[in-house]
Ligand binder design. Structure first.
Ligand code: GLN
Length: 372
């Protein structure tokens, strides 16, 4: 019998039959999801609240998680400065060891935060064993159980991650306006589950950012008379966003300066006739290298994606590869030959990673400026 600080056990079950026993922490409960891992050593408040993690059980490879606790939410013009959305988005969290916080601005412990938001956590399992399975077999469904036993795994694994549309859970129901400090005008962000870091990146350029629901029609979007359009990040399989892709095609006809980030990069690829496919286990980290093909420069960037434009063969006509990942050749950004369209698969807003590529927002602002 293992000793658990929490006094209750926890389990992680992988769809290939692997069962790990550890300790439960956070809320008692049982949830299913796609099992994914991130190698980020810090930034768990940002990662856990990133809506792109909806439907996923997150395994963190760094062995000590929780050291700096959970800060109080701070917002400027409705934009969170230290969280990516209102609440925890992951289905569950798996770590090696969960620690008590030692930081002046910590409001509560990681464990308390998970309890408050009814999210189960499991600690004291060999996270390397899980990562090795996922790396060799590919991403798979799994179950996390905290303070509960998994009676019949099949019961929980009916709903498949790849076939589920999570955007109704992560997109705002009505438009949200973040009034800018400058006079750069309005940009509309089509929000299927965006990170607040992206809104901040645009706001810092002086724009008023209007976030609209992911299913808004081109007319409803154009009624704002936007100076630019942003397709943000979001959860799930991009190939399920059929209606949005149809709308995007229509919006592209207006030839406005357009930027796609992560899911937005994928949806723009599909809208323009390219292909987005599932990766074996994805990129989730804050230290992924990308190379800018226009300058030859390399950058260290934040990633969270399980799908991608896998090679230049999948790039749509008219688009050029802008960035690629030197480890596996994934296309990590594109630009249009003639139209003002740029995309990045990585996260230029960085949070919680390095700020090497925040200049992408400046580039977008310049595109808007020169479009008049
Ligand atoms: N961060 C994102 O926007 C992720 C996009 C998509 N859900 C993927 O996993 O590839």
């Amino acid at each position: 019998m293992i000793y658990c600080k929490s006094d209750y056990l926890g389990y992680v079950y992988l769809e290939d039959g692997t069962l790990l026993q550890g300790c439960g922490f956070g809320a008692k409960g049982i949830r299913a999801g796609e099992v994914v891992f991130s190698t980020a050593m810090n930034g768990y408040p940002e990662s856990l609240t990133d809506p792109s993690y909806r439907g996923q059980i997150l395994v963190l490879t760094h062995p000590l998680i929780g050291n700096y606790g959970v800060p109080r939410k701070q917002a400027v013009e409705g934009i969170y400065q230290n969280f990516e959305s209102d609440s925890i988005q992951v289905e569950g969290l798996v770590v090696t060891e969960v620690t008590e916080p030692y930081k002046w601005n910590s409001e509560r412990s990681l464990s308390k935060w998970l309890s408050d938001e009814e999210i189960p956590g499991v600690s004291d399992v060999d996270t390397r064993a899980i990562v090795k399975r996922v790396r060799t077999e590919g991403s798979m469904m799994g179950i996390i159980a905290s303070g509960m036993e998994i009676d019949d795994p099949k019961k929980y694994l009916q709903k498949r991650y790849d076939e589920t549309d999570f955007s109704p859970l992560t997109s705002p129901k009505t438009p949200v306006v973040h009034k800018g400090r400058g006079d750069k005008g309005i940009v509309v962000m089509i929000d299927c589950g965006t990170k607040h870091g992206i809104i901040k990146g645009l706001y810092d350029q002086g724009f008023t950012v209007v976030r609209v629901p992911c299913w808004f029609s081109p007319k409803e979007i154009m009624d704002y008379n936007p100076k630019g359009i942003i397709f943000g990040n979001g959860p799930g399989n991009p190939n399920l966003y059929v209606n949005q892709v149809k709308n995007f095609r229509e919006i592209l006809e207006y030839k406005l300066p357009t930027m796609g980030i992560c899911l937005g990069h994928q949806l723009l690829t599909i809208a323009l006739g390219g292909k987005v496919r599932k990766m074996k286990f994805g990129h989730r980290a804050i230290n992924k290298a990308v190379v800018d093909l226009t300058t030859g420069e390399g950058y260290i960037t934040t990633h969270n994606h399980g799908y991608a434009v896998l090679s230049k063969d999948d790039v749509p006509k008219g688009m050029k590869v802008w960035f690629y990942n030197p480890d596996d050749g994934t296309v990590e950004g594109m630009y249009h030959e003639k139209l003002p369209i740029i995309t990045t698969q990585f996260h230029p807003e960085a949070r919680p990673g390095p700020w090497d590529v925040t200049w992408v927002f400046k580039k977008f602002a310049k595109m808007v400026e020169s479009n008049g």
